[in-house]
Design a protein around this ligand. Structure first.
Ligand SMILES: O=C(O)c1ccccc1NCC(=O)[C@H](O)[C@H](O)COP(=O)(O)O
Length: 210
């Protein structure tokens, strides 16, 4: 079954709704320039509503190690997700499972990322948009994804209820991540879009998983 992460949660009600609709993971953005930024206090309040067995993922962009540690001390993150220019040594210093986001321009970016981040829990493939680190609502050419990648990976970038079934069927993604495509406005999730997205991903995933 394809796993779904709903990213850019900023409100407790959206977190509860996403969990009720079957999201497997929720993402909290600790990047001050993002319209989906949450403070440590907001994040802790949201996390208090997320039950066991739903993963809480913290997103960072070129944050200092001290900033990440400060969040870790106050928010029960299960996984760290790095969206900037972080090295593997930087990512692994926290001794937590981590996901490295890769902004894909070419198939070579994917091969290189697999070499650079062999211990990442997963690589997250996102669209490359100049001047932006993520949450763009843009897709990339899924044909660049190799069929034989050994490392776990997550499909991301411009996914939404109308393209998620095609995306999962074409790429055979075992995990998908969405932010803009299930929003009513930046940082505000739309329950109907989340429902359609999660159902679409999971239904399409059952075609090739048991
Ligand atoms: O969401 C943001 O504003 C953001 C800003 C900077 C780095 C990452 C950010 N979000 C990362 C995500 O996990 C998004 O889900 C992913 O990039 C896909 O976004 P979208 O194309 O909007 O679904």
């Amino acid at each position: 079954m394809t796993r779904v992460k709903i990213c850019g949660i900023t409100r407790e009600e959206d977190a509860k709704q996403a969990v009720a609709l079957g999201a497997d993971a929720l993402g909290l953005v600790f990047y001050a320039q993002s319209p989906r930024f949450v403070s440590i206090e907001q994040a802790a309040a949201i996390a208090a509503h997320i039950p066991a067995f739903t993963s809480i993922v913290g997103l960072f962009v070129n944050a200092s190690a001290a900033e990440v540690e400060q969040v870790l001390a106050q928010v029960p993150l299960d996984i760290l997700q790095f969206h900037g220019d972080e090295s593997a040594d930087y990512c692994r210093q926290f001794k937590r499972p981590y996901i490295k986001a890769v902004r894909v321009n070419s198939a070579a970016d994917i091969v290189q990322a697999a070499l650079d981040y062999p211990d990442a829990r997963a690589l997250l493939f996102d669209a490359h948009v100049a001047g932006s680190y993520g949450g763009t609502g843009e897709t990339f050419d899924w044909r660049m994804l190799p069929s034989d990648l050994k490392q776990a990976w997550v499909l991301s970038g411009g996914l939404h209820p109308a393209n998620i079934a095609d995306a999962v069927t074409q790429t055979r993604a075992l995990a998908v991540d969405v932010s803009s495509g299930v929003e009513a406005a930046k940082g505000i999730k739309d329950a109907a879009k989340m429902r359609e997205f999660i159902q679409g991903a999971k239904r399409a995933g059952t075609e090739f998983t048991q």
